[in-house]
Design a protein around this ligand. Structure first.
Ligand SMILES: CC(C)(COP(=O)(O)OP(=O)(O)OC[C@H]1O[C@@H](n2cnc3c(N)ncnc32)[C@H](O)[C@@H]1OP(=O)(O)O)[C@@H](O)C(=O)NCCC(=O)NCCS
Length: 145
């Protein structure tokens, strides 16, 4: 497994596979903003040149800054092999270097694998009913560094 910075060819590939990997239409979440403007800390994992995982994360401008994980995706045939854990460990290290004291991420209610993953990595879990607007609940994950 090779962990490295995400490049344009990876971005192009991710927009094509993300709906399949996440089991539904999610390609809008891979907004170009997260590559061109906020992509300096984005990461991929490849095995024998095959893309098997990605993480889009960035550092917020709040004081203190937060390491925010916007998107994490693992190839369905490569799950439960520690790839998500590897990507989060590197992003956590980068976030610490940038002075972050917290990591944060979120998902929609019912995403049980994301819930189990974040709990396993020591994140707190909070269901907030109007987090994304009226009647748009989200599960918010946070971890103190
Ligand atoms: C959630 C997701 C990113 C996990 O990635 P992964 O590489 O399979 O996770 P890891 O192998 O690093 O798992 C680390 C730990 O998290 C937990 N975990 C991960 N997936 C789990 C699942 N489906 N069920 C139960 N526990 C799970 C386990 O404790 C695991 O450790 P273990 O395998 O030693 O028991 C992956 O399932 C995925 O891409 N899902 C679809 C997209 C998505 O939901 N993204 C996250 C949105 S916030």
């Amino acid at each position: 497994m090779l962990l490295r910075a995400l490049a344009k060819q990876d971005y192009d590939q991710i927009v094509q596979v993300i709906d399949r990997w996440s089991g539904g239409p999610t390609s809008t979440l891979v907004h170009p903003l997260f590559f061109y403007e906020l992509g300096q800390l984005a990461l991929v994992v490849e095995r024998d040149t095959q893309l098997v995982g990605f993480l889009f994360g960035f550092i917020t401008t709040s004081k203190p800054p937060i390491g925010y994980i916007h998107l994490l995706g693992i190839h369905p045939e490569f799950r439960r092999r520690g790839i998500g854990r590897l990507l989060y460990a590197k992003f956590e290290e980068d976030s610490r270097m940038c002075g972050c004291t917290t990591l944060k991420a979120m998902t929609t209610p019912g995403n049980e694998s994301a819930l189990a993953f974040h709990k396993a990595l020591g994140f707190t879990v909070e269901l907030l009913e109007d987090y994304a607007g009226p009647e748009r609940p989200r599960v918010v994950f946070a971890k103190n560094l």
